[in-house]
Design a protein. Structure first.
Length: 292
């Protein structure tokens, strides 16, 4: 009985073996200054990773570090628009080598695992802590003390977007959430948006009847991020488009940013979580839209 109990106590889980292997891989990365990373999940997960790459651009270039990054093929054309350094190389997920590390908030290699956090989570602060742990494990001698990015292409890009997309009072990110972060009632959202359009000029990211929508011309996440730099009011389900909006221009200019997410919130100025879209009144929208 004692022997069985003793053996059981010292059984090594497959999860532990995988973590040990990842540590060994990272040690090789550190020696060669070449890092193989991937994310096999959603578009937004990848764009969050590229916000990190914006923030460490100077460090990796000064230290001659190369990052080979792999993502789903259908996302590459959008992710490519956030590629900001010649030291980062982008490839389809099916080309990743066996020694690639999953750069994902639920990888058990990292102590600050999103699934293990008490909800609701301060999302921008979580990402700052998570990526600092990543940088420490990768032996990058720096820390980030903020979580947003700056890309002057957002301003230049705005000038090339058709004018019909620029004439809006409210930008609404009504894309279907894919990670159970919000109980999305599509009919309720559509009905509210249609009524809202009777009073304000609305721009959506998912089609609602004949209202103008970014999908009409297949605008990308970065195009939407560019449009958001001029937005006074943003109403957004926390989905894959949102990380693109976490740029310095949007954060400085937006008067109010409503977020719909039952698990996460953002602590940037002017951000507010809501449960129901119908909780947003015309009076408060008027207040923000009429601000100079």
């Amino acid at each position: 009985m004692f022997i069985k109990k003793h053996i059981k106590k010292h059984i090594i889980r497959q999860e532990d073996i995988d973590i040990i292997k990842q540590y060994q891989i990272i040690n090789n990365f550190n020696q060669n200054k070449i890092y193989y990373l991937h994310n096999s999940y959603h578009l937004g997960d990848n764009i969050f990773n590229f916000i990190l790459f914006y923030m460490i651009k100077d460090f990796i270039e000064i230290n001659n570090i190369k990052i080979f990054y792999y993502a789903k093929k259908e996302y590459l054309y959008q992710i490519k628009e956030f590629l900001y350094s010649p030291n980062i190389f982008l490839f389809p997920l099916n080309a990743k080598p066996n020694n690639s590390i999953e750069l994902w908030t639920n990888n058990n290699l990292f102590k600050n695992n999103h699934c293990k956090q008490h909800k609701p989570i301060n999302f921008n602060n979580f990402y700052k802590i998570f990526f600092n742990e990543v940088l420490t494990k990768f032996n990058f001698n720096l820390n980030i003390n903020k979580f947003f990015y700056k890309d002057d292409d957002l301003i230049a890009r705005y000038n090339n977007i058709p004018d019909k997309y620029k004439k809006f009072d409210i930008l609404i990110l009504n894309s279907q959430p894919n990670s159970d972060q919000y109980d999305y009632n599509k009919n309720e959202w559509n009905n509210y948006i249609i009524k809202l359009n009777n009073k304000y000029k609305i721009l959506t990211t998912t089609k609602v009847k004949d209202l103008i929508c970014t999908i009409d011309n297949n605008l990308t996440v970065k195009d939407i991020a560019s449009l958001s730099t001029k937005a006074k009011v943003i109403i957004a389900i926390n989905s894959g488009v949102v990380p693109g909006l976490l740029n310095i221009f949007t954060l400085k200019n937006v008067k109010h940013f409503y977020i719909f997410d039952k698990n996460n919130y953002f602590s940037y100025p002017n951000f507010e979580n809501k449960n129901l879209i119908t909780d947003i009144s015309y009076d408060e929208l008027d207040k923000y839209i009429n601000l100079p």
